[in-house]
Design a protein around this ligand. Structure first.
Ligand code: GMT
Length: 377
């Protein structure tokens, strides 16, 4: 690195979710490139790296009888200001607007001139599409965006939505997500054995936090439509409890077809063991899980919503169908199950596309250049 390394504070949601995963991986890549990374959150992020130049600063939230609801924004902003001052941060990079961007703006205003870090806000999804529309949040989000030194979104779809819903006038840089896999810890055979896959059974993989917009109801409906019942198992890596969906699984007669694992961190083991991905979200600004499968050469079938068509070119690196058309999605999965040569062809193209456009080598230098730009101002 010819220029001086930067000191970067990263705040994200630590729980399982694409924005926290992306922020953690960005921190890991930046540390490997010589920068000093300070994660600031209420818990260690789910996939936070360990190693040199990576630090974690917990935010302690006290609950006072005085307050009906505990407040996180103020202790977060105080911690951001403290870490910025004590470690001389150049940049606070916040992932997700609420409350991270507002806390960063407040933290910066607590610091004296010459000690204020630049604030970079990355919008990931529902911070714009859901909260941006909420009159209780929208104005605070707009204010934090106007006060940030730079705004990025993880897809062109998100950029357009941010302009449309929040009326942002200033430039927004689209920096797509990236994924850099670690080596799997177990063999494909060992993982498939653990999951109880019989020889000849194909493994459909779904990974998500199971929030309502992931439409797990449609996921189950799609697989229930598959005619060749014994040809597959659907493995769900769930970021939250799968219990609410058990009744539907039973009703659809899918009990022996579905395998659920909750809060798995060694996802590469499962990505490698999978044959294809299946996603049914009604809205998705990017869909990191599809990219994770692509890096392992596995194509996905999904609804063509939000930013997904920026990640997958339908017919070339996966199969996309209109939202809600579960019959068409079932048909797409059936085609992929029946035609190994098509799976391989789409999978190879998906892997090449992921490496070219959505790898650390393609994306991390764009964040570095952005940090340099805002620091130079
Ligand atoms: O905004 C959200 O819904 C949560 C967020 C998360 O933390 O998982 O998901 C968003 O960010 C991911 C990483 O950039 C994207 O891959 C997801 O598509 C996006 N989710 C939605 O847009 C629903």
């Amino acid at each position: 690195m010819s220029e001086r390394p930067l000191k970067i504070g990263i705040t994200c949601y630590p729980s399982v979710g694409g924005s926290g995963i992306l922020a953690s991986e960005l921190g890991e890549e930046l540390a490997q490139r010589g920068h000093e990374i300070h994660f600031i959150s209420y818990e260690r992020p789910f996939r936070m790296p360990t190693g040199p130049r990576v630090f974690f600063h917990p935010v302690v939230v006290n609950s006072y009888d005085l307050f009906k609801y505990p407040d996180y924004t103020l202790p977060l902003s105080v911690k951001m200001a403290e870490v910025s001052r004590d470690h001389g941060l150049d940049v606070l990079h916040v992932h997700y607007a609420v409350p991270h961007a507002t806390a960063a703006i407040l933290a910066r205003s607590m610091l004296p001139l010459g000690k204020k870090p630049a604030v970079v806000t990355t919008l990931h999804g529902t911070d714009t599409t859901l909260l941006g529309k909420d009159p209780g949040y929208g104005p605070a989000i707009s204010h934090a965006l106007a006060a940030s030194d730079a705004i990025t979104t993880v897809s062109e779809f998100m950029r357009r939505e941010t302009v449309r819903l929040l009326g942002v006038q200033r430039p927004i840089e689209v920096i797509h997500n990236f994924f850099e896999p670690h080596a799997p810890g177990r063999s494909r055979t060992a993982v498939r054995r653990e999951l109880g896959l019989q020889s000849g059974e194909k493994m459909l993989l779904h990974l998500s936090n199971l929030r309502a917009l992931k439409r797990i109801d449609l996921l189950l409906e799609t697989v229930a439509g598959l005619r060749t019942r014994n040809s597959f198992k659907l493995v769900i890596l769930a970021g939250s409890s799968f219990k609410p969906y058990r009744a539907q699984v039973r009703r659809l007669g899918l009990t022996d077809r579905i395998v659920v694992r909750e809060r798995v961190s060694s996802i590469e083991d499962y990505l490698q063991a999978a044959d294809l991905g299946l996603f049914t979200s009604e809205s998705e600004s990017f869909c990191l899980s599809i990219l994770e499968l692509m890096r392992f050469g596995r194509p996905s079938a999904a609804f063509a919503v939000g930013g997904i068509p920026e990640v997958v070119t339908s017919g070339k690196s996966g199969l996309l169908v209109p939202f809600g058309d579960t019959a068409a999605l079932t048909q797409a999965v059936e085609t992929l199950l029946k035609k190994p040569s098509l799976r391989t062809k789409l999978g190879r193209a998906a892997q090449q596309r992921a490496q070219k456009h959505f790898s650390a080598a393609a994306i991390v230098p764009r964040y570095e250049a952005l940090y340099r730009r805002v620091c130079a101002r």
